[in-house]
Design a protein around this ligand. Structure first.
Ligand SMILES: [Zn+2]
Length: 358
């Protein structure tokens, strides 16, 4: 059986930032990979005006960047739903004609169902109900993906996964950047990097069911990120991340299995905590010329605190102790151990999105 993986993303660059390693890995392993991008990224800030030479708009520039990045990842097909960006919560852009946030959910989902019925993916990737960090377009992308999953009839993928940023990973990420002398999201008192506080980024580690080892593909992911030039000025915190640090922080990508045949919550132990010792600092390496960008780690302020509440659109998706569970109780003490090493060693997690499928 030919394997097909479909990933639903909000903006150009999200595909690389949040699932770039996974897309590169499965593409390299011969899986047909489909990226659906909901918006054209037209509200993205382009700090280097030279990049707009030869293109008619920001959206066109980001189209090109998306093509280049997905080609680098080996993605088989990119589908653009073509909506306009929404702004952050409360911004007037959210209600302009064509804005994704204001789009009719059923209409958007129907367009995604068409893709599902044509491609027949066994595995579908989507954001969780927070969209990762609360951006209205990300939240909407979650709603559209779940609605389409439910409405796809006989073509319904066997697996639905939500992208997850385990909170101990998020904390480790920010701490490691600080140790490397890089201002990370949430680390500044004011300005663009003020963002959410560290505990606000990500979800409870216990929600993770699936850890994809993408260590051989971190360089590919970074190379793909460089294709999103408009979103990645040289001083961006991801652009400044040393290669060795990227290898460590991006070694795995995390997901939670959300289809109704997912294993029971009881199999997911959350009682463990990361070890009480920390590895040494990561400073001292030369900055890598290749890099990355954008918003997956909370550079922009969140719409609301990242509680993983179950949306109405999720009605047929498994719930009860997983997606709607209490996230605070099981959050490990990530500031007292090497959370990444702990997450890498944690037992009982799936290591393949296609596990158990023909
Ligand atoms: Zn985005």
């Amino acid at each position: 059986m030919a394997k097909t993986l479909l990933a639903v993303h909000a903006h150009p660059d999200d595909e690389t930032i949040t699932t770039g390693g996974t897309l590169a890995r499965y593409s390299a392993e011969g899986v047909r990979t489909i990226v659906v991008t909901c918006t054209r990224g037209d509200l993205g800030e382009v700090r280097d005006p030279a990049l707009l030479a030869g293109v008619s708009s920001v959206a066109d520039l980001r189209d090109r960047e998306l093509d280049a990045a997905t080609a680098r990842l080996g993605v088989s097909r990119v589908v653009r739903l073509g909506y306009s960006d929404s702004g952050m919560a409360g911004m007037p852009e959210n209600h302009r004609p064509g804005a994704f946030f204001a789009a009719d959910l059923a209409e958007a989902a129907a367009r995604l169902v068409e893709v599902i019925q044509r491609e027949r993916p066994q595995v579908m990737l989507a954001y969780d109900a927070t969209g990762g960090y609360g951006h209205p377009d990300h939240v909407k992308a979650h709603q559209v993906a779940v609605a389409a999953f439910e409405a796809s009839g006989a073509a319904r993928p066997a697996r639905l996964y939500f992208v997850r940023f385990p909170r101990s990973w998020s904390r480790e990420f920010v701490q490691a950047l600080r140790e490397a002398g890089i201002d990370a999201p949430g680390s500044a008192a004011a300005g663009a990097d003020a963002g959410p506080t560290v505990p606000d980024i990500g979800t409870d580690d216990g929600l993770v069911t699936t850890r994809i080892d993408v260590r051989p593909y971190v360089r590919t992911k970074r190379a793909a990120l460089t294709c999103h030039k408009s979103q990645m000025p040289a001083d961006h915190f991801l652009m400044r991340m040393p290669d060795a640090l990227a290898k460590r922080l991006w070694a795995y990508e995390f997901f939670s299995r959300e289809d109704t045949s997912a294993p029971a919550a009881a199999t997911r132990t959350t009682a463990e905590s990361p070890p009480a010792t920390r590895r040494g600092g990561t400073g001292g390496e030369a900055p890598d010329p290749h890099c990355a960008a954008d918003d997956a780690f909370g550079q922009r302020p969140p719409l609301h605190r990242a509680n993983d509440t179950v949306s109405g659109a999720q009605s047929a998706v498994r719930r009860g102790g997983i997606t709607s569970g209490d996230e605070s109780a099981a959050t490990p003490r990530s500031d007292s151990g090497d959370a990444l090493e702990w997450l890498g060693r944690r037992e009982g997690l799936e290591s393949d999105l296609f596990a158990g499928l023909g």
